[in-house]
Ligand binder design. Structure first.
Ligand SMILES: *[C@@H]1O[C@H](CO)[C@@H](O)[C@H](O)[C@H]1NC(C)=O
Ligand SMILES: *[C@@H]1O[C@H](CO)[C@@H](O)[C@H](O)[C@H]1NC(C)=O
Ligand SMILES: *[C@@H]1O[C@H](CO)[C@@H](O)[C@H](O)[C@H]1NC(C)=O
Ligand SMILES: *[C@@H]1O[C@H](CO)[C@@H](O)[C@H](O)[C@H]1NC(C)=O
Length: 302
């Protein structure tokens, strides 16, 4: 009972804050639909307002090419269906429209760079979504026996699949739990169903790898406030830190490597196709000298 006045006061304060933050900066405070009253998630806007089928075609124009390895698999409706599940949590709907465009470009840059087969072709950026699975995985390389929670199922392989090249038994286990699919028993779902493949990748983007770490989403849209250690580790909000979270020491903390540059180039290129000048790409694009949040163990990447 004693708490009631405080709670009421807090509510009023929140309402007042929502009022004050008003519609400037392209942000709307609103209380319709799924968003909380006064939240920064904008009502009545979703990704389909600024990311149309033609944008998807422009970003991934070679995906059905005869030499592409997943021709006919990836499509726009699959991305939109998967994205819709995460829009209420802020995916593409946090901040103003430009932030929405930037977040979709950033997320898809990770996907495009991980699934590209165009590295040695002219216009290498046009070859995203060329793969849906790793083509020649090492046998038995992707089972971490020491993980008791997510045991490998006999006879199945946990090599890279989907839009983020998800690999290893525990990643399949954790992400499967996140998207409510038994990926440990059915890893093949990620190469059979493009909606699930996008869902798995967006779930990873939206979810911190570990407790007290930011998700890639939070690091990108600015929900994350770096702690005292983060600047020492050269981690600031921006695209660079999303690479740290999603890819760790496979591409971060190793200087300006080809692979890191390639991921950044995808982001800038996609932004351009979506009508945002590279000057609006945000700060801290790279992770060249960042300390990674989650160093991979000696034997296996994670
Ligand atoms: C590629 O294939 C998908 C799925 O069959 C189809 O929806 C899309 O229109 C095709 N796009 C191009 C550029 O060929
Ligand atoms: C987004 O907008 C499209 C087109 O207006 C609509 O079909 C779709 O249901 C909307 N999605 C969500 C999650 O509101
Ligand atoms: C892919 O998975 C989604 C989500 O579970 C489901 O709604 C859809 O029917 C599946 N598509 C196919 C072709 O199995
Ligand atoms: C990556 O990009 C940086 C900055 O543009 C450049 O200095 C560096 O040489 C590039 N690295 C590689 C391996 O191309």
């Amino acid at each position: 009972m004693r708490r009631a006045p405080a709670a009421a006061f807090l509510l009023l304060a929140l309402l007042a804050a929502a009022e004050a933050s008003g519609p400037e900066g392209g942000e709307q405070a609103c209380d319709k639909g799924w968003e909380r009253s006064g939240s920064r998630l904008c009502c009545k806007r979703n990704i389909t307002d600024f990311f149309k089928a033609r944008h998807f075609e422009e970003l991934f124009p070679r995906r059905n090419d005869t030499i592409a390895h997943a021709a006919g698999f990836w499509d726009y409706p699959a991305f939109i269906a998967a994205a819709a599940l995460f829009e209420p949590r802020g995916f593409g709907t946090t901040g103003g429209k430009e932030m929405g465009v930037r977040e979709v470009a950033a997320f898809l840059a990770h996907v495009g760079a991980s699934t590209s087969c165009g590295r040695f072709y002219p216009n290498p950026m046009a070859w995203g979504l060329c793969y849906k699975r790793e083509m020649s995985p090492y046998q038995n390389f992707y089972c971490d026996d020491s993980n008791e929670l997510y045991r490998c199922v006999e006879g199945l392989q946990y090599y890279g699949r989907g839009g983020e090249a998800l690999f290893l038994n525990y990643n399949y286990g954790i992400i499967g739990k996140g998207i409510k699919q038994d990926l440990l028993s059915h890893p093949e779902l990620l190469q059979q169903n493009a909606t699930l493949a996008f869902e798995a990748a967006i779930w990873r983007w939206m979810t911190p790898v570990k407790w007290r770490q930011p998700s890639a989403h939070d690091a990108f849209v600015g929900n994350w406030k770096p702690s005292k250690n983060d600047p020492l580790s050269k981690r600031y909000p921006g695209f660079g830190t999303t690479m740290n979270i999603m890819r760790g020491d496979r591409i971060c903390g190793q200087g300006f490597t080809d692979e890191m540059n390639n991921t950044i180039s995808h982001y800038i290129y996609y932004l351009g196709l979506m009508g945002v000048n590279h000057e609006h790409s945000g700060r801290s694009l790279d992770c060249a000298d960042q300390v990674v949040f989650n160093p991979s163990s000696k034997s296996l990447g994670s």
